[in-house]
Design a protein around this ligand. Structure first.
Ligand code: C5P
Length: 227
């Protein structure tokens, strides 16, 4: 069985504003709606779990129009993304062998083709894997004073995206042992000695982080709605 888990208990402080980032309005809907729509519409995913902060007062204020039989709310968000995911994994109705696609609420432009590539590429894998993109820019390491200390080779470097797809049992084991500032599931699985599989993602599946990112996400979603 394949299940999705969307951590949505962050405050999104880098975006500014009083509303948590996942509820910022994008094409007339809260940002998280778009990721949930894409995951609910993907036939291979049987249920989509959303992890909200315990005291979340925002969710109930919107008309979601998402399939109730597929969407499950969990109010068990933690202090960090890792804890939100781990709490969600423990509360969701799943077996150790089920595949879990963990996807950030802040990546609203996830598309069906990327989900297909991920599932096809990973479902017969022993470890699991994630969407990622080969790094295109030249990379510079800063000296701490706004100047370049060195140029870092980008050869063999990929930027991790989500969804990241692992079996529930392995994920729980990995996240329990990970440091709490671990920013992705793959890193926690790597720390157990495994090598997750890299699946080519899409630049449009970027993480909305800064206010200017909203304009780009809105343009991508509008363009897709027209098609
Ligand atoms: O802040 P950042 O963009 O890294 O957050 C990535 C995802 O993790 C977002 O979907 C955010 O809501 C979620 N998160 C969470 N619990 C936290 C912090 C972040 O579910 N304590």
């Amino acid at each position: 069985m394949k299940l999705a888990l969307v951590p949505a208990a962050g405050s999104g402080s880098r975006m500014g504003g009083a509303t948590p980032k996942q509820y910022a309005m994008l094409c007339g809907r809260p940002m998280i709606y778009h990721a949930l729509r894409a995951l609910c519409d993907f036939p291979e995913i049987e249920r989509v779990y959303v992890v909200l902060a315990e005291g979340d007062m925002h969710w109930k204020g919107y008309d979601w129009s998402l399939p109730e039989e597929k969407l499950v709310l969990l109010r068990c968000g933690g202090d960090t993304r890792l804890h939100s995911v781990l709490n969600g994994l423990k509360e969701m109705d799943a077996d150790a062998g089920d595949w879990i696609l963990v996807h950030d609420a802040a990546r609203p432009c996830i598309d069906r083709e990327s989900l297909e590539r991920l599932v096809e590429g990973v479902e017969h894998d022993e470890v699991g894997g994630l969407l990622a993109l080969p790094v295109a820019d030249t990379l510079k390491r800063e000296d701490g004073q706004g100047r370049i200390a060195s140029t870092v080779s980008r050869a063999g470097l990929w930027a991790a995206q989500t969804p990241q797809m692992f079996r529930q049992g392995l994920l729980i084991e990995a996240l329990k042992r990970a440091p709490s500032d671990q920013t992705d599931e793959a890193g926690a699985v790597e720390a157990l000695g495994y090598s997750p599989k890299l699946i080519l993602g899409d630049p449009r599946n970027f993480k909305v982080t800064y206010p200017g990112d909203m304009i780009l996400a809105e343009a991508i979603l509008k363009n897709r709605m027209k098609a």
